[in-house]
Ligand binder design. Structure first.
Ligand SMILES: Nc1ncnc2c1ncn2[C@@H]1O[C@H](COP(=O)(O)OP(=O)(O)OP(=O)(O)O)[C@@H](O)[C@H]1O
Ligand SMILES: [Mg+2]
Length: 398
């Protein structure tokens, strides 16, 4: 297949202008680095934050111009905005990506409907808040306040546990800076496109899987910084042909930044699972994660304690090296379900590194059983949350 080059893309873009610009978007320096992945082209266009909606036709024109290039089957163009100095910190609500210009007072409005300027892609103005992903029954975020607690490992095994329990499951790697799914599920290559803009998810062990790691080279993550992250995430959710799924597990990046807020605000999350290690510090971080989700009215499905204890492979002696039980006590204190504990075990690490998570590598072993039980507890929690059919989410402005 003929591959397209950057110059050809830029050439097309030289015909595109913004709503009130006299020069084209290339000359105005609005176009980011251009990522070409096989027959797919991705880039961002930086626009004034407060004019995102007005630039939407320009975005569409740019996308069409590039998509119709020979050798291109898909184009993804997202609008981004520079964060204004002193206005960079994402607030508890409102789009974290494209910040509206500083205003003395911003009255709370609506029931969570994002303002046009908070829509990172600036697409169709004022969509219903938290529009679902068609065909996807429940979206479950796996999160933690702190990095390195085993979130991705747990997310992959939880997804496989849900699958083993008979559900149709997808997994989305929302960690755009450090995607883990290609390694965890031993997935290589690029997803195919269907028609112009929809991506076909990859498949592994019966899971549908999508990760930014499939789309961008490891050396070129720079353009996905900041606002780009938010757009990329929503597009990975909505422009992927997930098909019919009972549950989509989302492996969140660590922390409580843009990506988490976007997911929490723009995606109808059934709830969040918080992964924590037993250390006190990690629990403090876990509380941060909990607080963030509750602030945007996403229910906590429960806490999973990872690296909970260590069983010596030779003697079978159990060591509570990290002060086991902290997460359970904390969950009780906070009144959220405790979903289970996973030991620190070399096989869990080895199988993850090998791209065959323990649930599929050793389905009859004790860890696979643990993960299936945790998956059952998570699913019960999802159903419980649903049964408590809630009124439309209210936004708490702090
Ligand atoms: N229960 C466990 N037993 C042994 N090793 C584990 C366990 N859980 C995770 N690990 C290992 O710990 C390391 C970090 O795990 P992982 O990448 O899943 O963490 P993470 O929270 O997703 O990290 P990040 O914050 O970077 O996204 C990996 O090498 C993984 O194999
Ligand atoms: Mg991770």
């Amino acid at each position: 297949m003929a591959t397209v080059d950057k110059e050809a893309v830029l050439d097309r873009l030289r015909a595109i202008r913004g709503p009130d610009d006299d020069r084209d978007i290339v000359r105005r320096g609005m176009v980011s680095d251009i990522v070409i992945s096989g027959d797919r082209v991705m880039f961002s266009v930086t626009v004034p934050a407060e004019r995102a909606a007005a630039y939407e036709p320009m975005r569409e024109a740019a996308e069409t111009a590039v998509r119709t290039l020979p050798g291109v089957t898909g184009a993804m163009v997202v609008l981004t905005a520079e964060k204004k100095a002193g206005n960079g910190a994402p607030g508890p609500r409102g789009g974290p990506a494209i910040q509206p210009p500083p205003q003395p007072a911003r009255p709370p409005h609506g029931h969570g409907a994002p303002s046009p300027s908070s829509r990172p892609t600036g697409r169709a103005a004022r969509p219903p808040a938290k529009a679902g992903v068609p065909g996807v029954g429940a979206i479950v975020a796996v999160a933690s306040g702190k990095g390195g607690v085993g979130k991705s490992t747990v997310a992959a095994n939880l997804a496989l546990g849900l699958k083993a329990n008979g559900l149709r499951v997808g997994i989305l790697d929302a960690d755009i800076y450090g995607p883990s799914l290609p390694r965890l599920l031993n997935l290589k290559g690029r997803p195919e496109t269907i028609g112009g803009r929809t991506l076909k998810p990859m498949e592994a062990y019966g899971l549908k899987a999508m990760s930014m790691g499939f789309l961008v080279e490891e050396e070129t993550p720079m353009i996905w910084r900041g606002p780009m992250v938010v757009s990329a995430l929503t597009q990975m959710l909505r422009e992927v042909a997930w098909g019919e799924l009972d549950v989509l597990v989302v492996d969140m990046p660590p922390g409580t930044g843009d990506a988490q807020l976007t997911m929490a605000q723009q995606v109808p999350l059934a709830g969040a699972v918080i992964v924590s290690t037993p250390q006190d510090l990690a629990l403090i971080d876990a509380r941060k994660g909990l607080n963030m989700f509750s602030r945007v009215d996403v229910p906590t499905l429960g806490i999973i304690e990872n690296m909970s204890y260590f069983v010596a492979p030779d003697t079978g002696t159990r060591y509570d090296i990290f002060g086991h039980g902290g997460a359970k006590a904390e969950a009780e204190r906070l009144g959220v379900p405790f979903l289970g504990e996973i030991p620190l075990d070399i096989r869990i690490r080895e199988t993850s590194d090998a791209g065959t998570p323990i649930v599929v590598a050793e389905p009859d072993g004790p860890h696979a059983k643990t993960f299936r039980e945790i998956a059952r507890a998570v699913w019960e929690s999802v159903k419980r949350e649903r049964a408590e059919a809630k009124p439309p989410p209210k936004i708490v402005v702090e």
